[in-house]
Design a binder for this molecule. Structure first.
Ligand SMILES: NC(=O)c1ccc[n+]([C@@H]2O[C@H](COP(=O)([O-])OP(=O)(O)OC[C@H]3O[C@@H](n4cnc5c(N)ncnc54)[C@H](O)[C@@H]3O)[C@@H](O)[C@H]2O)c1
Length: 465
């Protein structure tokens, strides 16, 4: 891949030239990928099979270099603003930067009328999510959030089971996730590292920080481990909740909660991610002051474990429901219809109905089960009508929408409110042990001003909206 200053734009076809002899859906989109780490690479590899990747933007040139093989004609940029100015022919954008850095590129893309695939959660604050959702609606661009299982057959069947009354009324949902220590571990309950390793030559650290407050570079932030830090990531709930809570959010038409309350556990010393981070115990030097400094919600990082309870009113013909989230190895009590002796693992959700139980599991792949077995067997033989259109995958769903008058299923009208629900839970973790009452119209907590301080973000000078 070539640097922006010396680029030869191989394969960059303006929209006006590329599609003359093709139908709208056969025409290739000119796509720019912003952020090409773990997930950005997955996204890029998928869409490059059918579309033109015309630009790759990453503040770390080494990251961009790794994806060059999948898009040999693309131009490389460090700064998305320069990229948009240089390449007005970009038709669609994929944003896969760390969570704190979604808002800038997403808004810049929408403002220029580009279709947008943005990773989850949509942004890093409730206010940012609302701004992105509103701006995309006004601009009329096609959008999709990166919640892949939203395109699955399983989630559609789950909704159709619930809507056809297969397990009766649902008043309780429990969802759990084994991170931050299990699965794909990242830091938790940790204070800021004290040493200052040198910044890799390939990385523009100031640009990586972007809107976040200035701090010294450390490999405990970038790449990947930013997830555990309040200033950059969204903890376990923000990371995995967008996937695991998707089925409850859709099937139960949850919308906005009435209230949210969190209990959190900061338990330094039991974090398995540390040995994973570099295979040594160097974290001890990085965080000498850890044990003394940590006092609950004052930590700069997310807790080791949390329980978050959301209450929703009656809606869309369904009764009030409580959704409880457990992470860090905490698990719900086994509900009545769950088979005795069967263990819970990994990640998943229970819909507790009056007649039975649906379990939606996100481990290696998705599983959908119903209990008791006889009820499952009955509904397997007598499936509900397929009322939700089927799609062939998260990328195809979005790409087809970009090229037609269709709407993709994880569009921001859906995924914005899902992200907002998740982010409200993160605010509750900052103000734990209190039921925070949320006013969805005024977008404020009516009973806690400290919590209101987390609804919007402050931006570093020069990086604001
Ligand atoms: N949908 C999924 O299954 C899934 C899986 C993993 C991650 N994600 C999401 O994808 C996003 C990225 O996560 P990741 O694990 O790939 O992180 P990562 O740290 O591996 O990659 C992020 C990349 O963005 C780059 N970057 C940072 N700021 C930038 C900026 N202003 N402009 C351009 N590039 C910038 C970094 O240099 C890095 O290469 C997050 O929002 C995360 O929640 C989604």
């Amino acid at each position: 891949m070539e640097a922006a200053t010396s680029a030869i734009a191989v394969g960059l076809l303006p929209d006006s030239l590329s599609g003359q002899a093709r139908s709208a859906t056969e025409k290739k989109l000119n796509i720019a990928c912003i952020g090409v780490g773990v997930q950005g690479t997955t996204n890029l590899r998928s869409v490059s099979q059918t579309e033109n990747i015309v630009a790759v933007c990453d503040v770390d040139s080494a990251q961009a270099q790794k994806v060059a093989q999948y898009c040999p004609g693309a131009r490389y940029f460090r700064d998305y603003r320069t990229m948009f100015d240089a390449l007005p022919g970009i038709g669609a954008v994929i944003v896969a930067t760390p969570d704190h850095a979604h808002f800038g590129p997403a808004m810049a893309a929408i403002a220029r009328g580009k279709h947008l695939y943005c990773e989850k959660p949509l942004a890093h604050s409730v206010e940012e999510v609302q701004k992105i959702t509103n701006a995309a609606r006004l601009a009329g661009v096609k959008t999709q959030m990166g919640i892949q299982s939203h395109s699955s057959e399983h989630i559609r069947l789950c909704c159709e089971w619930i809507w056809s009354g297969a397990i009766g009324e649902v008043r309780e949902v429990h969802a759990w996730c084994d991170r931050p220590t299990g699965g794909f571990p990242f830091p938790s309950s940790i204070s800021r590292p004290l040493d200052q390793p040198s910044i890799p030559d390939s990385l523009d650290w100031d640009a990586w920080l972007g809107p976040a407050k200035q701090r010294a570079y450390h490999p405990l932030y970038a790449p990947i481990l930013w997830r555990g830090w309040h200033d950059f990531g969204s903890g376990t709930l923000g990371d995995m909740g967008c996937h695991i809570l998707d089925a409850p959010f859709w099937a139960l038409k949850l919308g906005t909660p009435l209230s949210v309350e969190a209990n959190v556990s900061y338990n330094p010393g039991q974090q398995f991610w540390r040995s994973w981070a570099d295979g040594s115990n160097r974290w001890r030097e990085w965080s000498k002051a850890l044990q003394e400094e940590l006092t609950g919600a004052r930590s700069e990082s997310y807790p080791d474990a949390s329980i978050v309870r959301y209450k929703f009113p009656a809606r869309a013909g369904m009764p009030p429901v409580q959704l409880t989230w457990y992470d860090g190895g905490l698990l719900p009590e086994l509900p009545k219809h769950f088979p005795k002796g069967k263990a819970l693992t990994g990640n998943g959700a229970f819909f507790v109905g009056e007649k039975g139980l649906i379990r939606f599991t996100h481990n290696a792949g998705i599983r959908l089960e119903m209990y008791p077995d006889a009820l499952f067997e009955h509904h397997r033989r007598n499936p509900p009508p397929k009322t939700i259109p089927r799609v062939s995958g998260p990328y195809t769903d979005w790409l087809e929408a970009c090229k037609s008058d269709k709407t993709s299923s994880a569009n921001f009208e859906y995924s914005g409110p899902l992200s907002e629900m998740v982010l409200l839970g993160l605010i509750a973790m900052r103000v734990p042990n209190k039921e925070l009452q949320w006013d969805p119209t005024a977008k404020v907590f009516v009973n806690d001003d400290v919590a209101n301080g987390y609804v919007a973000k402050e931006y570093r000078r020069g990086w604001g909206p």
